[in-house]
Design a protein around this ligand. Structure first.
Ligand code: PGA
Length: 256
């Protein structure tokens, strides 16, 4: 399977100065591991981190991600940031369709799909987030719901060039686990990831077996090894626990 991918999602936390302090601490504590490490700070910290990483590289690569983008390359869209702007800063990944954006900012399947296509066309790697609410889980409809989210956001993706399509990453993040302190059980995550893998292979053929499937939702140092040790879990999207450089380094270390 692919190299494990560990992504820090800082959400709306840290000024650019606090981001640089985090990087300094991370530099001191993080050991090389098998994982590919990605940090998604707010837009305002991307340039500082990119510049510092260029001038004083870590002993291993650290990739940058944005937390959103606008699908158009430029135009009259006050307050928005486009894929070419991110690319020019040296950003490699972009988180799309996070449940907070779907719920708080009313992002639809259509808008997420347009953002995905823009990201792929501009050589960014989209991390498409999907996940069910507690109510959907209680009704036993999780898998249907997740497949519906994938159907909605992936429509037309097959039409892209294979080298574009191969940059896709998917993160399964049960909404009830995000920020709750209680992650999904490792066996339940494994079962869901196996079903998602089946869906991706049915939909995309052999290419579907190479799309990294991450887990997110209250993953922290204490539960990282048991979740990341599941055979169908290819990495993690880490919110709260990534804000502390030492805790995030321990999660990275859990990949071995
Ligand atoms: P959490 O957030 O790790 O704080 O639960 C994960 C996410 O929302 O990506």
């Amino acid at each position: 399977m692919p190299q494990p991918l560990i992504v820090a999602n800082w959400k709306m936390h840290k000024t650019h100065l606090e981001a640089l302090a985090w990087l300094q601490q991370f530099r001191e504590v993080c050991q090389p591991s098998s994982a590919r490490i990605v940090v998604a700070p707010p837009f305002t910290a991307l340039e500082s981190l990119a510049t510092t990483l260029r001038e004083q590289p870590l002993p291993f690569p650290l990739y940058l991600a944005a937390q959103n983008l606008h699908p158009e390359p430029n135009g009259a869209f006050t307050g928005e940031v486009s894929a070419p702007m991110l690319k020019a800063l040296g950003v490699s990944y972009v988180i799309l369709g996070h449940s907070e954006r779907r719920q708080l900012f009313f992002e639809s399947h259509t808008s997420i799909r347009l953002k995905m296509i823009s990201a792929l066309r501009h050589q960014l790697r989209p991390i498409l987030c999907i996940g069910e609410s507690a109510a959907i889980k209680a009704q036993g409809k999780t898998l249907d719901f997740l497949k519906g989210q994938l159907d909605g956001s992936l429509e037309g993706i097959e039409g892209l060039a294979k080298e574009d399509f191969s940059r896709l990453v998917i993160a399964y993040e049960p909404i009830w686990a995000i920020g709750s302190g209680i992650a999904a059980a490792p066996e339940a995550i494994e079962a869901t990831h196996q079903s998602l893998r089946g869906y991706l292979i049915d939909r995309f053929g052999p290419s579907g077996s190479h799309i990294p499937l991450l887990y997110g939702g209250s993953l922290k140092a204490a539960n990282a090894a048991s979740i990341l040790g599941q055979p169908s879990v290819n990495g993690a999207l880490v919110g709260g626990a990534s804000l502390d450089a030492g805790e995030f380094a321990s999660i990275v270390a859990a990949c071995g």
